[in-house]
Design a protein. Structure first.
Length: 278
C-alpha cells in the first residue's frame, strides 16, 4: 500500500476502528499517519478525484464562510451559486446573511458576484421559451436560491418544457423536492447520476463505484463536509469493525485489492474480510 496521503481512502477506513488497533495496522503495513493539511489543500485534492457534483452542495450546506470561499472556485460552481455565495445566502440551516470571505489567490480574480442576466421574458418566461439545452442552461443560471419556490409554483401551474426541467434538475443546488417534482422515471434517475447528482452520502457509499474513489472522496469530506461524511461513517463503521477490525491480514488484503476493485465500498470491505478468513 502507498504511504502517506496517497491513500486517503485507507485513512478513512482506518479511522473507523479503535485508534490503538488502527495504529497497529499502520505499523504492520507501513502506512503513515494522515497529514493535517489545510482546507485549501483538501479542496485542491478534491478536484483531482472522481467526486460527484453533489459534494459541492455538501460543502455549501455547512454554511461556513471559509468553506464557501473554497466552494466559490469549485469547477462545478455555477454563476448562480457564486452570486448566492457573495450575497451570504445560506445553503444549510443557518440564518443569513452569512459573512463573506473575499480572499482569492487566483490571478485576475476579484471574487466578485457574476452579473445576473435575465431575459426580457422574465425568469419563468425565459425557461418556458427555451428550445435548446443551451438556452435552458442560460435561463436556469438566472435562478437563485430564493427563486426556487417561484419555479415550483410555475411548474405546478403548467409543467416547464423538458429542456428547462433538465437544466434545473442538474443544478447541484436544486432542492430535492423540486427535482422529484420534475421527474422520477428510472431513465431520469440514471441521467442525474451521470450528471454527478447523488441523493446523500449513504446512497453514495452503497451504490457508487469504484470503492477507492468513494473512500478517497469521503476522507477529503472529513475536512470539507464533515457532517455529511459522518453519515457515511455511521453506515460503514459497524461493517468495517466486523469484517476488518484489528486483523492485519484483512487490511493487507485491502491494500492489494482496493486499487483495482470495481465494486462498492461495502462490497470491498466484505470481500477483504472473507478472503482473510480463507
Amino acid at each position: 500500500m502507498d504511504r502517506g496521503n496517497n491513500v486517503p481512502g485507507a485513512h478513512f477506513l482506518l479511522s473507523l476502528i479503535d485508534p490503538d488497533d488502527a495504529a497497529t495496522v499502520r505499523r504492520r503495513l507501513g502506512i503513515d499517519e494522515p497529514e493535517a493539511n489545510p482546507a485549501r489543500w483538501w479542496a485542491w485534492w478534491l478536484q483531482r478525484l472522481q467526486a460527484p457534483t453533489s459534494v459541492l452542495l455538501w460543502m455549501l450546506e455547512r454554511d461556513d464562510p471559509a468553506t464557501n470561499a473554497l466552494a466559490y472556485h469549485h469547477p462545478d460552481a455555477t454563476d448562480a451559486i457564486r452570486r448566492d455565495i457573495i450575497r451570504g445566502v445560506p445553503f444549510g440551516t443557518a440564518s443569513g446573511p452569512l459573512p463573506v470571505v473575499r480572499t482569492c489567490d487566483t490571478p485576475g480574480c476579484s471574487h466578485g458576484a457574476p452579473p445576473l442576466v435575465v431575459g426580457p421574458a422574465g425568469l419563468v418566461g425565459e425557461l418556458r421559451q427555451a428550445r435548446s439545452m443551451a438556452a435552458a442552461r442560460v435561463a436556469a443560471d438566472a435562478v437563485g436560491r430564493a427563486d426556487w419556490p417561484e419555479i415550483v409554483d410555475a411548474d405546478r401551474v403548467e409543467p416547464l418544457p423538458g429542456y428547462a426541467r433538465w437544466a434545473l434538475s442538474i443544478r447541484v443546488d436544486c432542492p430535492p423536492e423540486v427535482r422529484a417534482q420534475f421527474g422520477s422515471h428510472p431513465k431520469f434517475a440514471h441521467r442525474l447520476r451521470r450528471a454527478g447528482i447523488v441523493g446523500d452520502p449513504r446512497e453514495y457509499v452503497e451504490r457508487w463505484t469504484p470503492a477507492r474513489s468513494v473512500l478517497d472522496v469521503l476522507q477529503v469530506g472529513t475536512a470539507l463536509f464533515p457532517e455529511r461524511a459522518r453519515e457515511a461513517t455511521d453506515l460503514l463503521t459497524p461493517l468495517v469493525r466486523r469484517e476488518l477490525g484489528a486483523n492485519p491480514e484483512a487490511w493487507a488484503v485491502l491494500a492489494q485489492v482496493m486499487p483495482t476493485f470495481t465494486g462498492t465500498a461495502p462490497e470491498l470491505v466484505r470481500t477483504c474480510g472473507a478472503v482473510a478468513l480463507v
